[in-house]
Design a protein around this ligand. Structure first.
Ligand SMILES: [Zn+2]
Ligand SMILES: [Zn+2]
Length: 228
C-alpha cells in the first residue's frame, strides 16, 4: 500500500447534525489540502432538516463543488443505518439512488434498538457483527462505517478477530472499510489488519465541526506497517 491520499470520507454539515455549513466545511477541507471530501449526512429523520432536505443538499453540493473542482473533489454521500438483517436501510429509495457514496452504518443495533443499557456484551457483539456483514452484502453500500464502533464505544471491546472477519468479507466483496479515530483507538492494529488483507480503505473522521475534517488522515498517514 502506498501513500494514503488526503481523503476525508466521513463528514457532517448542518444538513444533518454537523455544526457548520457546507461552505465552511469545504473551506476548512481546502485549507488542509484535502483532495477528496465526502459529505455523509445522516438519514435518521430526527437528525436531518425535515421534508425536502435531501434535494436541497444535492443541489447545494452540485452548485458549490465547481468552484473548488481544480483542487478537491466534493462528493454527495450519506451515512445510512441498517434497519434489520434482511438488509433494509433507513433511507428513501430516491436518496439511495441520488447519493454518490453510501456509507453503511450499524447505529441502533438491529433487533435491539438504541438503548444499550444492560445489554449482554456477547449479544451486542453478535448483533453488530452480523449487521456489518449484512451491510457489506448490500449492493448499494460502498463503505462500512466504524466497524465495531458501537461495541467499542458503548458496550465492550469488539473482538479483533471479528473485525478481521469483517475486513475479510469486505475484501472479498470489494467494499471499503472505514478507519475512524473516533472509534478505533489505537489505530495501528486496525490499519495492520486492513493492510494484511488489502481491503479498500475509507478514512473517516466522523467530523461534525470543520476543525475535525482531515483528522483520520492525520492519524493514519504517519503509521507504518509493522515489520514482519
Ligand atoms: Zn455513525
Ligand atoms: Zn457520522
Amino acid at each position: 500500500m502506498g501513500r494514503l491520499p488526503r481523503w476525508e470520507y466521513h463528514a457532517h454539515s448542518n444538513f444533518s447534525d454537523g455544526s457548520a455549513s457546507l461552505v465552511d466545511c469545504i473551506a476548512a477541507a481546502r485549507a488542509k489540502g484535502i483532495e477528496r471530501l465526502i459529505f455523509t449526512e445522516h438519514t435518521e429523520p430526527e437528525l436531518t432538516g425535515g421534508p425536502g432536505w435531501f434535494g436541497r443538499y444535492v443541489e447545494s453540493i452540485s452548485t458549490l463543488r465547481w468552484a473548488v473542482a481544480d483542487e478537491m473533489e466534493v462528493v454527495i454521500g450519506l451515512e445510512v443505518p441498517l434497519v434489520d438483517f434482511s438488509g433494509r436501510l433507513m433511507a428513501a429509495p430516491e436518496m439511495l439512488s441520488g447519493a454518490e457514496f453510501i456509507l453503511g452504518a450499524v447505529h441502533a443495533l438491529p433487533g435491539h434498538g438504541w438503548n444499550l443499557e444492560g445489554i449482554d456484551p456477547a449479544l451486542a457483539i453478535d448483533l453488530e457483527y452480523r449487521g456489518l456483514l449484512t451491510l457489506i452484502d448490500h449492493p448499494m453500500v460502498d463503505a462500512i462505517a466504524h466497524p465495531g464502533g458501537v461495541c467499542n464505544r458503548y458496550v465492550t471491546p469488539f473482538p479483533m478477530e471479528l473485525f478481521e472477519a469483517v475486513v475479510r468479507h469486505a475484501t472479498a466483496c470489494g467494499k471499503a472499510i472505514e478507519l475512524n479515530p473516533a472509534y478505533h483507538q489505537p489505530m495501528a492494529p486496525y490499519l495492520e489488519i486492513c493492510r494484511r488483507h488489502g481491503v479498500l480503505l475509507s478514512p473517516g473522521s466522523n467530523a461534525h465541526h470543520p476543525h475535525e475534517i482531515g483528522l483520520a488522515w492525520e492519524v493514519l498517514h504517519p503509521l507504518k506497517p509493522s515489520p514482519v
